[in-house]
Design a protein around this ligand. Structure first.
Ligand code: GUN
Length: 300
C-alpha cells in the first residue's frame, strides 16, 4: 500500500487542458492583433512519416489547434518507406518557404530513419520543437530560443500552480532530447536540485521517493507506483498509453504513473489524459508564434 498523507485529501489535479486553452486563447488574440495590422498569419508545417496511429492522432490535434488559433498549417504526409533524403528535401524546401515559421517533424520516425539526421537540416530559426542541436545548445546555455514543447509545458504547469522548483529535489525519469534532458535543464535553471534517472538507474523507487517534483517520461505504462511517491510531492506524468477496450476498440488512456495510487500520496498530480498532452500542443503553437514574431517583428 502506498504511504498516504495523514488527513490529506486526494492531490490537486493539474489541469493541462484548461491551462492550454488559456494559452491558446491568448495566442489567438495576439495573432489577430498582427493580422488586423495587415501582417500575414504565422505558419506551421507538420511532417508526418509512417502510419503510427498515435502519431496520426497527435498531428491531427496539432493541426486543428493551429487553425483555431489563427496559425496556418501545412501538412506533409509520407509513407513508412520514405527515405531520410526525401524528408531532408522536404525540410529544406520548408526552410525557404516564407509562409512557414515553424517546422515540426513528428517523432518517432518509422523504421531505422534517424531523427537526428533529419532534424540537423532544420533552419534553427524555424524549429517549432526546439530540437535542433543549436537550439538545445541555447537551452543548455540558458539563452532564449525555441524550447522543446513538452518540458516547456511542464514548467508552465508548475508556474501556473504556484510550484517553485527553487531549493527542491526534482527527479526526472527519462533522458531523451525530447523530454528528459531539456526538463532537467529547465528545472536546474529554476534552482532545483535535479537527478536524471534512466533504465540503468539503481533503486529507482528509492530515488523517486526523494523527489519533491517527480517528472516521469519513461514510456512504461503505470510503472511508477504510489509507494514511490514522496507524500506531498508534485507528480508530472508525461506518459501516454492507449489501452484497447474489451471489444478491441478504443479503450482507456493511462500514463507512466499509477494514478489511482499516486493521487492519494501526492499534493499535485497531472492526469492522463488532460495533463501534459494538451500543454505540449499549446507550447508548439507558442513556439511557432515566437519564431514568427522574431522574424516579422512584434506588434506592440
Ligand atoms: N512525439 C511525441 N511528442 C512529440 C513532440 O513534442 N514533438 C515531436 N516532434 N514529436 C513528438
Amino acid at each position: 500500500m502506498p504511504e498516504v498523507l495523514k488527513d490529506q485529501q486526494a492531490a490537486t489535479l493539474m489541469d493541462g487542458k484548461e491551462l492550454a486553452k488559456l494559452v491558446k486563447d491568448d495566442l489567438k488574440v495576439k495573432i489577430e492583433r498582427h493580422t488586423k495590422k495587415g501582417k500575414r498569419s504565422p505558419g506551421l508545417a507538420v511532417i508526418l512519416a509512417g502510419d503510427d496511429s498515435a502519431s496520426a492522432i497527435y498531428v491531427k490535434n496539432k493541426v486543428k489547434s493551429c487553425e483555431a488559433a489563427g496559425i496556418e498549417s501545412f501538412f506533409h504526409k509520407f509513407p513508412a518507406d520514405v527515405t531520410e533524403k526525401e524528408l531532408i528535401e522536404c525540410v529544406e524546401k520548408l526552410n525557404k518557404d516564407d509562409k512557414v515559421d515553424g517546422i515540426l517533424v513528428q517523432l518517432p520516425l518509422p523504421g531505422k530513419l534517424s531523427a537526428d539526421n533529419v532534424l540537423d537540416h532544420l533552419d534553427p530559426a524555424k524549429d517549432a520543437d526546439g530540437l535542433h542541436p543549436y537550439n538545445l545548445g541555447l537551452l543548455f546555455c540558458g539563452k532564449k530560443g525555441p524550447t522543446p514543447c513538452t518540458p516547456k509545458g511542464v514548467m508552465k504547469l508548475l508556474e501556473h500552480y504556484g510550484i517553485d522548483p527553487s531549493g527542491k529535489n526534482a527527479v526526472v525519469i527519462g533522458r531523451s532530447n525530447l523530454v528528459g534532458k531539456p526538463a532537467a535543464a529547465l528545472l536546474t535553471q529554476k534552482n532545483a536540485t535535479v537527478t536524471v534517472c534512466h533504465s540503468k538507474t539503481a533503486k529507482l523507487d528509492e530515488v523517486c521517493k526523494q523527489a519533491d517534483i517527480l517528472v516521469v517520461a519513461m514510456g512504461k505504462r503505470e510503472f511508477v507506483k504510489g509507494s514511490w511517491v514522496k507524500p506531498g510531492a508534485t507528480v508530472i506524468d508525461v506518459g501516454i498509453h492507449h489501452l484497447q477496450g474489451e471489444d478491441g476498440g478504443k479503450g482507456k488512456i493511462a500514463g507512466d504513473v499509477c494514478f489511482a495510487e499516486a493521487k492519494d500520496v501526492a499534493a499535485f498530480i497531472t492526469p492522463v489524459p488532460g495533463g501534459v498532452g494538451p500543454m505540449t500542443v499549446a507550447m508548439l503553437l507558442a513556439n511557432t508564434f515566437e519564431n514568427y514574431e522574431r522574424k516579422t517583428g512584434a506588434v506592440d
